[in-house]
Ligand binder design. Structure first.
Ligand code: ADP
Length: 737
């Protein structure tokens, strides 16, 4: 297929020929580890290297034998959607000893392995780094003991290491997200959503314990995503006397028509004296002080279980590919690196710097320097904490500032999961800043018809978890009714508008095609002319092709894809998945492609087609969408407040500069306010898409992992960077979602 117009580097230049790479998973398991293993294996084979699995983590490396086996392309099939780690993980005491590492080195040298890809937590990565530092010494000992000859010792003199962080806790400094965190959040939110329905029925209080012995990320972000009443995390122990304050908040929330309370406690929650705060302690407190019917739920290993989320599959696939590239580019002098996510980009960071910084967080907590601990976790963590505090509790009326500004919020375009979280956040932040907030129903159509009224703090309670658009949304454009809209704005004295919506937006795609043989599934996705869902969904699902408008395709491409699938049916993977964006081509329709594949596949495979349709816009929002909606909207509202003050002169707001109408969005590593007039130049209005789509560069990954020969732009992937203290974790999980 045609490639995006960017600097291309053919992989032939980056050859892995003659190299052997081993991949292992170590420490606690995490969803998405399999996607990482698959990507390493396939990318490794793609560049011509030999790839080995090491089963059972470092234990397998120490024990050798059948634990270290060469991997084939097919051996990682059907792994992408499986939770846990198929190649096994373990904790290994022996690897902590010199003798253990000597055995491990012997096992690697015997197989000519000098490239190691470790997927695990900070413990596993520390072990890997130590192993690398000791490597030449270990080889010397092996020569002395007569276990290897000096030729081998010279040939394999350098060990290259790359790490990927697999940990559900998101406890590693240097990456916005670790593999498994998003899936764990999915599990937590599923449980919280379920618990909320029963708590609602009985007017109960639930105290929920989530994982995180040292890191409060899961607790904090799930509290944000479900609008919990109270959260306890190790990085920010509550002030002395918090018990009374918490009970006051709980009863105030109940008085405000709320029928339930949710308190989230991180496993490692402590008070200011480093004394653990247990769920039972919290429960007894609520029962004693308030007499509320209170239950404790401890989530435990559920959080590690289940299928990896689309985000984790994409993250892990991208990281796995990047890890192989890092190994190919490593020289004897490059320090061991870890592949990280920064904004929506993958970068390489020096492994030990990241490990040290991660350990400093713990040290800060041990020394009761809690503010430092929060800072060391990164700006995004801090921002999550700030946003949570801002939204969870209403200040008493008397403490609120009064800005005398009126701000209206509306949804436009198609409904998208996460819109309600964004509205809730805007309304609450706006009220906290002293504005009078107005809600417009049914988009611009409702606006010109006068469907606008004031909206209060309590009106948006419980909105984070709801799908669709509670305000109502329409695709009607404002142009025809501008006068009437202006009249409404005058009538209600609206000083600023926050518009949430846009061109085609929709969030979810799930499709399972496993379990059948000799069958190709052809799935049509939404998105108007935007091929994001088809492409990124394709990467998450391991698709064989994804047809999109942005990357034109012709009959030769279709033929190549059919032939590819015919070949694939000869292997042990007798299954195919093809995605087609709804507007990818007006003549090569989903029916056409289905019929073409059916005819050409006769006797080899049969086809099924499925148009996903509006189910993609439905359902409860994912934790990512809830949080992204919440945070981006809080940021937008704060920006509006600032602009209102800046442009207020003699009783009027002057909105006559370019930046008085901006779009807030993620660009590479940062959230950027971009004047809409500038966007105009970058937008293809006919097809309602940006002229440049950043995710196009992910498409070659999908093809490589599906065994097509293609070229891949490595120009902006991963050059080694240094960890800057408190480097902004500008946005979590922004990649691809
Ligand atoms: P995680 O990688 O999830 O943090 P652990 O800390 O349990 O989990 O580490 C997993 C394994 O990594 C350990 O069982 C051990 O084999 C190895 N390991 C951890 N720390 C070290 C170390 N300092 N030196 C050598 N090996 C280590």
């Amino acid at each position: 297929m045609a490639q995006p117009d960017c600097k291309k580097i053919f992989f032939e230049n980056l050859s892995g020929a003659g190299k052997a790479i081993a991949v292992l998973t170590s420490g606690g398991d995490a969803q998405g580890m399999n996607a990482a293993v698959r990507a390493v294996v396939r990318m490794g084979i793609y560049v011509g290297a030999k790839v080995y699995f090491i089963r059972e983590g470092y234990q397998g490396m120490v024990d050798g034998g059948d634990n270290i086996k060469e991997a084939s392309w097919e051996s990682v099939s059907s792994m992408l959607q499986v939770g846990g780690t198929v190649i096994g993980s373990a904790r290994c005491k022996e690897f902590r000893t010199h003798e253990g590492r000597l055995k491990a080195a012997h096992n690697l040298v015997q197989r000519g392995i000098t490239n190691l890809c470790v997927i695990g937590g900070d413990g596993s990565l520390t072990g890997a780094n130590l192993f690398r530092e000791e490597w030449s010494g270990l080889l010397g000992e092996l020569v002395e003991q007569g276990l290897i000859d000096s030729d081998a010792s010279q040939k394999y003199s350098a060990l290259h290491i790359v790490g990927m962080v697999g940990s559900i806790d998101n406890d590693f400094c240097g990456t916005d997200m670790t593999i498994g965190t998003d899936s764990a959040l999915h599990r937590i939110i599923e449980v919280v959503d379920a618990i909320m329905t029963t708590a609602q029925s009985h007017q109960r209080t639930f105290v929920l314990e989530v994982m995180g012995r040292h890191c409060g990320y899961l607790a904090l972000v799930s509290a944000l995503a479900c609008g919990a009443d109270w959260v306890l995390i190790p990085e920010m122990p509550p002030e002395d006397g918090w018990e009374k304050k918490m009970c006051q908040k709980l009863s105030a929330n109940r008085a405000g028509m709320k029928r339930l309370n949710i308190i989230i406690v991180a496993e490692g929650a402590i008070d200011r004296n480093n004394k653990p705060i247990t769920t039972d302690y919290v429960k007894n407190l609520v029962v004693k002080c308030l007499g509320f019917d209170t239950r404790v739920t401890i989530l435990g290993h559920v959080q590690r279980g289940g299928t990896p989320s689309a985000f984790d599959r994409i993250l892990a696939s991208r990281m796995g590919v990047e890890a192989v590239l890092a190994l190919l580019e490593t020289t004897a002098n490059t320090p061991a690196c870890v592949v990280s996510l920064c904004g929506n980009q993958s970068v390489r960071l020096p492994l030990m710097e990241c490990v040290q910084m991660t350990q400093e967080v713990q040290k800060a907590m041990d020394e009761k320097k809690f503010e430092d601990a929060v800072k060391l976790r990164g700006r995004s963590f801090e921002n999550n904490l700030k946003t949570y505090k801002l939204l969870a509790h209403r200040k008493p009326e008397s403490e609120l500032p009064s800005s005398n500004f009126n701000v209206a919020v509306l949804n436009v375009g198609a409904p998208a999961a996460g819109m309600n979280a964004a509205v809730r956040s805007a309304v609450r932040v706006g009220i906290s800043e002293g504005h009078k907030m107005f809600a417009v129903n049914d988009g611009f159509e409702g606006f010109y018809k006068g469907q606008i009224k004031e909206i209060k703090w309590a009106d948006v309670g419980g909105w984070t978890g709801q799908g669709g658009s509670l305000l109502g949304t329409k695709r009607t454009l404002p142009a025809k009714h501008v006068d009437k809209i202006a009249e409404q704005m005058r009538k209600h004295n609206i000083n600023a508008l926050l518009i949430i919506g846009g061109f085609e937006t929709c969030d979810r795609i799930k499709q399972s095609a496993s379990g059948t043989k000799r069958r190709v599934f052809i799935i049509e996705t939404m998105g108007g002319y935007c091929g994001y869902l088809a492409s990124v969904g394709g990467l998450a699902a391991g698709a064989d092709a994804a047809y999109i408008y942005e990357e034109p395709f012709d009959i030769r491409d279709l033929q190549a894809n059919v032939e590819h699938l015919t070949e694939k049916m000869k292997t042990s993977i007798q299954r195919g998945l093809v995605l087609r964006n709804e507007n990818s081509n007006e003549n090569y329709t989903t029916d056409f492609i289905y019929q073409l594949y059916t005819e050409e596949g006769k006797g080899v495979f049969d086809c099924r087609k499925n148009v996903l349709g509006h189910m993609q816009q439905g359902g409860a929002p994912s934790p990512f969408d809830r949080n992204f909606g919440t945070k981006i909207s809080a940021k937008a509202m704060q920006w509006i407040s600032k602009k209102l003050v800046e442009t207020f002169r003699q009783g009027r707001v002057f909105a006559n500069t370019e930046d008085s109408c901006c779009l807030l969005g993620m660009r590479r590593r940062a959230l950027v306010f971009q004047p809409v007039v500038q966007l105009k130049e970058e937008t293809d209005f006919v097809h309602r898409i940006p002229q440049e789509q950043w995710w196009l560069k992910l498409r070659p990954l999908m093809k490589i992992l599906a065994k097509y020969k293609t070229s891949y732009d490595v120009s902006d992937s991963g050059q080694l960077e240094h960890v800057v203290r408190n480097r902004s974790k500008e946005s979590d999980a922004s990649a691809a979602m």
